[in-house]
Write a protein that binds this ligand. Sequence first.
Ligand SMILES: [Zn+2]
Length: 409
Amino acid sequence: MTLDLVVTNLNTRDAPAPVAIGIAGGRIAAIEREIVCDAPVIDAGGRLGLPGFVDTHVHLDKACLLGRCGHAHGDLKAAIATVARLKADFTEEDVLARAGRCLDRAIAHGTTRMRTHVEVDPRAGLRSFRALKRARSDYAWGIDLELCVFPQEGLTNDPGCEELLVAALEEGADVLGGCPYTDTDPIAQLDRLFELAADYDVALDLHLDFDLDASTGHLEDVCRRTEAFGRGGRVAVGHVTKLSAMTPSAFERAAARLAGAGVALTALPATDLYLMGRDRFADRPRGVTPAHELARRGVTASIATNNVQNPFTPFGDLSLMRMANLYANVAQVGPDGFDACLDLVTDGPARLMNLDDYGLRVGAAADLVVLDAADAGEAFADIAAPLWGLKRGRRSFERPRAALNPPDA
Ligand SMILES: [Zn+2]
């Protein structure tokens, strides 16, 4: 076997001792205790390697808008209204430049796969979508980008929106999104989206709900349609903050329903924390759906970045290690749950996106991020820095360790 590259002395989450990974043609060709050959070698120094972080939910088209907002930051409605005004002026070059800033950071934080949501409607037209199509090919060297087109401001109440979504699907959108909570007829939107997803044979990824009233909701409507259309395993819901406000028994029923129907879930801790509970002065609810508890009950679950430096979330660095740590703090996860939290930014989202070439195993894409830690527990507690990474066997980034400079003794 001819290898292009060998990574030695690499700790993984699966193997009890360091392994060597042999790479050929951008894929993992061998994983052994030792590999002896003439290929170039990178010594991982006994550090932890992961197959890259997977971000299932990022709004690249409306990222990095802070400088141009000029308004007081408010609630969800205010954020949607502000971006609705701004996006009419988005150009392809503008979207591409802001998306590029995000993708640079995501790659440097070890993310190798991403699903981006992109607004397609009469204000944005197809400009943001076409810009992100360019980003998808411009950045293919460092990250696989999946484009999910969606109607942020409603579908049935927005004449011309559906035609644009269909045009985007015709032009190569990977996934169809939705946002029933901003539609005047949420059920009609769900019906139409499930029909379109079946017609174009694409996955569905819905912004399902974004409030704390657990007495109503559309989770059951989504599960029922997922079964009726035979789309189990290809439907995901995002936010679903109502799940954070349920009684234990209602939560158990919802988890069983999601797992049974094959509906996956993404929690977006930064935005959920920033926008909700603003009517309260004290004792603000956390409002973040306990994704690791859903995963424990058999639901495919992930946590993701969502918004970056815009009216929905005025900060963000695209680091999923940091996001997982934020989540663990909010969800009060101790060391016995660190592994489960790491799953929420690696294996869980890879399953949500049906990435069949993901993982540190023979035959998978040679995607790798090496963290400045020996094992998963240390990496998670330390919010370990990514040191370098590979995308399809090629070095995609490196971040030298900080060097301290004490005075001479
Ligand atoms: Zn979102």
